[in-house]
Design a protein. Structure first.
Length: 410
């Protein structure tokens, strides 16, 4: 089941943002995230806000792939009305989910055109969609490119059938590589593959096989995430019953080191703890916007937004979302206005994850006092510190939470 949304203060029915959020709008990059809450089946490890057709039901009021683009476009227009006085061309668009490619390419294209009509797409804007390998083919990828998408990220997860089975993934092991080739042939500028490590029963050899298969597919970007057993999922139930062993922290660390070793040798450089790219332009610009303190509007049920230190999140269920949109009201469930201390903490936490590093000047007095010890412990690079930056070593990446704690002490 999808995870619960956090608590927060009520949002006005009209969605009006506080003046503190709007005052500096336009000074930072602005992006749009479009959540598509549909999946053909639910993977056993997933607690994202997604729904199968059976879970959503039918009927004239049901939200479905057939009518979803119209709802998303309505929220885009709602956002433009709220931000009417701000000049905020959109530098990145990201269709996430769920499985955005369960919508026809023309529907995703209609959303992109609405964003361009309402806000304007910045020159060279990155427009990404996530895709399950079984949800696309050669023809649909060509159509997605023709609709203005520039980047595609395939959920590969593993190249090993037994591992895919534990994760309840339905694609054939060789399918992601075929999709990557089709995407390149269709003219996509950037192609990414997502991997998961630490699945119960996965061996060291299995993980290296997956990494080798990902590299052989020729993407210019690879993401690798440790499996998290989320409460309420089928995977969590199987672990609780003793059918599967929980992920082991030492094994996860070894898998991460193997990923960094193999990807680095293949020409990929880490730029965020869980992400590697072959060059600067191959980095995911949308995620960089998140990590560097940009602003974004989240479209769709359960989507999160952030503008000028105010963060809010939409109602989770598609039916509730659709009803609010149809009434012309804000779909937001709640929000929070971050204090200066909270914003600094988040900035340090996110910038420290990046290979570009976190400027020492961002830290408070206690954090600056701890920097020398972080370097002495081998968690941050001494050469980078001489340039005024905190850049994690490989060991530091494994202990990023510890580093953040030391750097954000009050």
């Amino acid at each position: 089941m999808p995870g619960a949304l956090p608590d927060g203060e009520p949002v006005p029915v009209a969605g009006t943002l506080p003046g503190s959020a709007l005052g500096s709008l336009g000074e930072r990059p602005f992006g749009l995230y479009v959540h598509v809450p549909f999946c053909a089946t639910r993977c056993g490890y997933c607690d994202f806000n997604t729904y199968t057709a059976a879970e959503l039901g039918a009927g004239p009021a049901a939200v479905s792939p057939g009518n979803y683009a119209d709802l998303a476009i309505a929220e885009i227009r709602f956002a433009r009305r709220l931000l009417a006085n701000a000049d905020v061309p959109v530098s990145t668009v990201f269709f996430g989910g769920g499985t955005p490619t369960l919508l026809p390419p023309s529907a995703l294209g209609a959303v992109v055109r609405a964003i361009d009509a309402e806000f304007g797409l910045a020159p060279g804007a990155e427009v990404t969609t996530e895709a399950n390998p079984e949800s696309v083919d050669e023809a649909s990828l060509s159509e997605l490119r023709a609709q203005g998408l520039t980047r595609v990220s395939f959920g590969m997860q593993s190249a090993v059938p037994s591992v895919l089975a534990v994760l309840d993934r339905v694609h054939r092991p060789g399918r992601p590589a075929q999709c990557a080739a089709w995407a390149r042939a269709a003219g996509f500028e950037h192609v990414s593959l997502d991997l998961i490590y630490g699945t119960p029963g996965e061996s060291d050899a299995d993980w290296r096989r997956s990494l080798d298969a990902a590299v052989a597919a020729g993407p210019d970007h690879v993401s690798a995430y440790a499996l998290t057993v989320e409460a309420g999922t089928r995977l969590a139930a199987r672990v609780r019953r003793g059918e599967l062993a929980p992920p082991d922290d030492d094994v996860l660390a070894d898998r991460y080191l193997a990923a960094d070793e193999i990807l680095t040798a293949a020409g990929y450089g880490w730029y965020e703890i869980s992400n590697w790219a072959v060059s600067g332009p191959s980095r995911c610009a949308h995620n960089m916007l998140y990590w560097t303190g940009g602003d974004w509007w989240g479209i769709g049920p359960g989507a999160h937004s952030h503008v000028g230190g105010t963060r809010w999140w939409n109602v989770r269920h598609p039916a509730a979302y659709g009803a609010r949109i149809a009434a012309g009201n804000s779909p937001a469930q709640a929000r929070e206005v971050l204090s200066a201390a909270e914003r600094r903490l988040e900035r340090v936490m996110l910038l420290t994850r990046l290979a570009d590093g976190c400027p020492v000047t961002v830290l408070g007095p206690a954090g600056r006092a701890n920097v020398a010890q972080v370097v002495a412990d081998g968690l941050a690079d001494a050469g980078a510190l001489s340039r005024g930056l905190i850049v994690l070593t490989r060991r530091g990446r494994l202990l990023a939470d510890v580093v953040t704690q030391k750097l954000t002490e009050p």
